[in-house]
Design a protein around this ligand. Structure first.
Ligand SMILES: Cc1cc2nc3c(=O)[nH]c(=O)nc-3n(C[C@H](O)[C@H](O)[C@H](O)COP(=O)(O)OP(=O)(O)OC[C@H]3O[C@@H](n4cnc5c(N)ncnc54)[C@H](O)[C@@H]3O)c2cc1C
Length: 307
């Protein structure tokens, strides 16, 4: 029986591991399918406090892991496929084996949706991004493209006009899911050019390890053409990694964990941390802060239960 199991090795999970390990709780952290979490996909992180010169994303999470291990956290490979939270002794199934714990910190994140273009993944962190707040500042006076038709695409496009010389918003239909107010705001922004009925076929140029352009297709006319682009931002949503907890804990309609205040879920002893619950801020620092909150809640819960 473990005191604490932490699911996820992003900023939230690693921070929860640092705190619970320093509190002597010997946490087990399961890294999941994406060790290091979303920051493992990126290059420069310029907005994490404490690094005036910026820091490489994978280095940042690796440092957090080392810090947690220094205090006694066990970080292991493994993805939870199933959870049983029906009794006070929680169980999670990892690679076919059930392990037991008194508290569970769910820090499984939310994965950005990608288009699935042939070269998209190879250029993440080199011009392809899913986070305008994170990467917009790298594209000052550059050509930016945003993909999507919902509120977040409008918000990201508006935000990116602070940096780019131009922002092209590409959407596969001519109807938008975005609310009227967000759509109007984007339409009234002189720096945003709308390109509707258009899909992206691929992004270039892997040989330069840099985004230089995209291949586009007009779905009505079938016309295909290349366009120069420096920053390629996906704003087509995120998928919270909560599949093992469906029917076990309260989730919202999109599958994000519903918070009961602080880091609490509806089940005492089960806590949330980071992007798996946060659909608003989605930043490394907010995820790390949430990991700290979950750890402190877990410590207090165990204390109150006499452990
Ligand atoms: C390309 C890119 C660039 C970014 N740049 C910045 C930036 O510059 N600055 C910034 O502040 N933020 C940035 N972000 C956002 C930041 O990375 C996230 O907000 C942060 O990583 C969220 O941390 P998290 O720990 O909540 O989740 P994640 O980082 O998503 O980690 C989730 C973890 O859960 C694990 N997991 C998932 N399912 C399971 C399971 N069933 N069992 C066990 N483990 C599981 C995964 O393997 C992963 O380790 C960027 C994001 C992306 C995608």
């Amino acid at each position: 029986m473990r005191n604490v199991i932490i699911l996820g090795s992003g900023c939230a999970g690693n921070t929860a591991a640092i705190y619970t390990a320093r509190a002597g709780l010997k946490p087990l952290l399961l890294m999941g399918h994406e060790p290091g979490g979303q920051l493992s996909l990126t290059t420069d992180v310029e907005n994490f406090p404490g690094f005036p010169e910026g820091i490489n994303g994978p280095d940042l999470v690796e440092n957090m892991k080392k810090q947690a291990e220094k205090f006694g956290a066990e970080c292991e490979w493994g993805t939870v496929s199933e959870a049983d939270l029906s009794s006070k002794h929680f169980r999670v199934k990892v690679e076919g084996e059930w392990i037991h714990t008194r508290t569970l910190i769910i820090a499984t994140g939310a994965s950005a949706r990608w288009l699935g273009l042939p070269n998209e993944h190879k250029l993440i962190g080199h011009g392809v991004s899913s986070c305008a707040t994170c990467d917009g500042a790298f594209y000052k006076e550059r050509k930016i493209m945003v993909i999507g038709g919902g509120d977040s695409a409008m918000e990201e496009a508006n935000f990116l006009t602070r940096f780019g010389s131009e922002v092209t918003l590409v959407h596969r239909r001519d109807q938008f899911r975005a609310s009227k107010i967000m759509l109007d705001r984007a339409r009234n922004n002189p720096k945003i050019k709308f390109m509707t009925n258009t899909t992206v076929e691929d992004v270039y140029d892997v040989s330069k390890n840099l985004v230089t352009g995209v291949k586009l297709r007009n779905v009505k006319t079938g016309e295909v053409w290349d366009q120069e682009v420096d920053g390629f931002f996906l704003a087509i949503g995120h998928i919270p990694n909560t599949k093992p907890f469906v029917g076990q804990i309260d989730l919202d309609e999109d599958g994000y964990i519903l918070s009961k205040g602080g880091a609490r879920t509806n089940i005492p002893g089960v806590f949330h941390a980071g992007d798996v619950q946060d659909r608003t801020y989605r930043q490394a620092i907010t995820a790390a802060g949430a990991g700290c909150m979950a750890a402190i809640e877990a410590e207090r819960y165990l204390e109150a239960e006499g452990h």
